[in-house]
Structure formats: C-alpha cells, structure tokens
Design a protein around this ligand. Sequence first.
Ligand SMILES: [Zn+2]
Length: 344
Amino acid sequence: MLDSLVGNERAKETLRRMLRQGRVPAALLFAGEEGLGKKSFALELARALNCKERRGVEGCGACAACARISKFQYPAADERDEHKKVIWSEHRDVGLVRPYNRNILVDAIRDLERESNFRPVEGAARVFVIENAESLNEASSNALLKTLEEAPPTTHIILITSRPSGLLPTIRSRCQTVRFAPLAAEELESFLVKNGKRAGAEARLAAQLASGRPGVALGLNLDTYRARRDAMLGVVEALAAGGDRSRLLRAAEELGDAKNKEEYEPRLDALEILVRDLWLLALGGRGALVNQDLRERLARLAEGLRPARAASWLTRIEELRGQLAVNVNRRAATDALFLSMSAD
Ligand SMILES: [Zn+2]
C-alpha cells in the first residue's frame, strides 16, 4: 500500500490516479533528492501492478508476489559483468538496472530492452527500475530511447534520479515526471517514532539533521554525529567566550590534521549547524534548532552574542568551503577561518 510509505502525498495521489484509470505510463521519471523514498515508491507501483490480492488498486503488501517484489540480491559494486544485465528481484517480472562506477552500461540497457519485449511471466506487468538514471551515458541513453519507443503496453520503465537535468531531453520528454520533495521535519520525526525506528530526542535530532529525507534519517549514526559535534562545540565555546586564540588554534590544528581527513567535512558540517543554531538563538530563538537537545547550553553561549556576528561566522564557513573546492591548504585555511571568526 502506498500509505505504508511516508510523505509525498501528491506523488501517491498521482500514482493512485494512474492506477485507477488503468493508465500507468510506459515511462515514468521519479525526480527528487536522495533519500526521499523514490525507489520504494517505484516498487510499490510494481506491487500494485502485480499483486495477487489487490486492495482497491494498490498492492496488499502481504501476498507472495508483493513480498518478493522488493527482494533483490545486489551484486558487489566491483562486479562489472553483473552490472551488464538486469538485476532481478525474486519476482520474475520486476527488475532493476544500476550504474557500475557511475555509468549505466549499455549492455544492461540492451538486456532491459530484450526483457521488456516479453509478456509478463507471472504477474500482470513487467516493471523495470533504472537507479541513478543521470548515469546513463550516450550509448546507454540511445539504447534506452529505442526501448521506450518499442516497449509493449505491459512494460513499465521507471527512471529514478536526483538530477533530472543530467538526462537527455529526448529521454525526459518521453517520461511522465513525478516529483518528490523532503518532508516537514515534524512529519519525519513522528514517522520515526511511530515505526519504532527512533525515540524521543533521537527522532527529533535525526529528522532535523536529515532535512526531511527519511532515507537519510534512517541511515544516520547519531553517536558519530554527536562525537563530531562535541569536537566542534569546543570551538564554538572558545569563540563565544571572546576568542581564546591558543584554544582556537589547537582546535584548528586538530581539525586540519591530515590524519583526520575523512572527518574534516563532516566536522565542518557539524560546526556550521551549531553556528546556525546559535544564530537562531541570538535572534531570539525563532525557528527550530537542529541541536534541540543542546538548547540550554547553546542558549547560554548565545547570550550577548550579536546575531550579525553569528551570521558572519556562517559566511566565513561558506567562504572556506569555496576555497576548499579549489584545493587550498586545508590546514592553513582552517587556522585562518578560526582566527577570522574570532576577530569578527
Ligand atoms: Zn499483494
């Protein structure tokens, strides 16, 4: 049932309308950021088309067909040959294609083309999902165009992408687009709680950090986030206390240290989120804090902090990100960031 999925009510309505009218297009494009559940929606549509005990126009979610549709054995990322063909679910009419090394191989689309010509084997429709469709290269795009033109009415191809502009216009124009959007943080929080995924403050923090993307909220490791946040809290405290230079330089040294390379960007993210919360508090506490669990501690730091000062810290962090994109010395740039923040 589509209602087992969280959010994106408009997408649900669009799909239900197609099902009710018996007019599910041959080609659909599901567009929206990563982590919004586009693939789950695609598989739910495959269920609706192949369920043995439909509820209205939707899949029951419980029959043998529904159960097998979402079961895939994915090949390892480095198995090139396995990415040259359709990866089948345990249901013989539902398969998907995914990129190998950021490229959808033309052989995979040729296999899809061949398979798309067959009548359904056990259900009522053949459904093919193309993951990361922006990874179609020129050859695979052309092969897909041919498939889209020739597929029989019992075949449906669902392209999934977070970057629709990366697709050839000729492909986009042959697909009916369904757009996906992030959820309100409250909606995601209550989904996490209701489904027993996370409780209380954990659910709130995950929903805020994930910016309304359920897939991201479910995959977050909050312990890791809090460890990074603790490291950056020291920086924020030193700044708010008037800029203890030696403490800031020690923090910059640790952050910029090459052995923490993998940690650099996530910590910078954690710092930015802390500063944004401080800024909101300095403005009078309007808007939802991400780090709601630290509200009291952050509120003390925000006392006497001018909003403009916090805002300029945010600008500095963004400037640093711009510099890092062109490969400056990270260590020196981090020293400069913290010193300029303390001088703001
Ligand atoms: Zn079913």
